[in-house]
Write a protein that binds this ligand. Structure first.
Ligand code: ADE
Length: 214
């Protein structure tokens, strides 16, 4: 996970001092001599549950350093992540993202400590680390100064609830595969209209749910 953050676009942001990402191992906060962080479920059943104490100790040690706007728990039964949520989270100052493992975390943490629960999709991964990395990447790239003009987030898919239009580069003719004439026309207005039209068609065809009002 460390290497993911080191090699991603976010590394540039970290180098520029725009963004800080710190990883914390819950096990380092275990008070137990075996460094235990999970235990059997009350009531029986397969799978271990992450205990309250080490998670809370970790969170409280972080809260001593700074104030956090959100404590987000990554879980498949959370609110489904979308661009709108990412946009609003990118305006926050400090966020804790908690990745669960095993059967998840003790429900009382979800009731009393967690401020938001997020799922990255309707499938189950073996832990919350990848979902947390997805969230950090999606938020991080929106922070001013992280992306340059070429990678600007303004023209991303989903920013207007529309998918992005198709893009082309040289050559204009690859063995008979042609770039649409309009893109070679130099007429900015026509190009803009064409792109919007393509976005609409693409969204209609692939993600009609995005066009429903929310
Ligand atoms: N943990 C395991 N699966 C997950 C998912 N789909 N989203 C968020 N956290 C998860």
């Amino acid at each position: 996970m460390q290497s993911f953050f080191e090699h991603s676009i976010l590394q540039r942001a970290k180098n520029k001092g725009i963004l800080e990402v710190h990883l914390h191992n819950i096990r380092d906060h275990s008070t137990n001599k075996h460094k235990q962080i999970d235990d059997y479920q009350f009531g029986g059943g397969a799978g271990m549950v992450m205990m309250i104490e080490p998670i809370l100790a970790c969170i409280e040690s972080l809260q001593k350093e700074r104030k956090y706007d959100e404590i987000i728990y990554m879980t498949p039964d959370g609110e489904l992540l979308n661009q709108k949520m990412v946009n609003s989270l990118s305006l926050k100052e400090n966020i804790i993202i908690l990745s669960g493992h095993y059967k998840g975390i003790d429900e009382r943490l979800r009731e009393h400590i967690v401020t938001r629960e997020i799922s990255i999709g309707s499938y189950v991964l073996s832990g919350g680390e990848l979902p947390a990395a997805v969230l950090v990447d999606a938020i991080g790239r929106l922070i001013p100064g992280v992306l340059n003009d070429e990678t600007s987030a303004l023209t991303d898919s989903f920013q207007d609830n529309l998918l992005a239009p198709p893009v082309y580069t040289r050559p204009a003719d690859y063995n008979g595969w042609q770039v649409p004439d309009v893109l070679l026309s130099g007429n900015d207005k026509l190009i803009e209209e064409w792109r919007h039209q393509q976005s609409m068609e693409r969204t209609q065809k692939r993600r009609p749910d995005l066009l429903e009002n929310d």
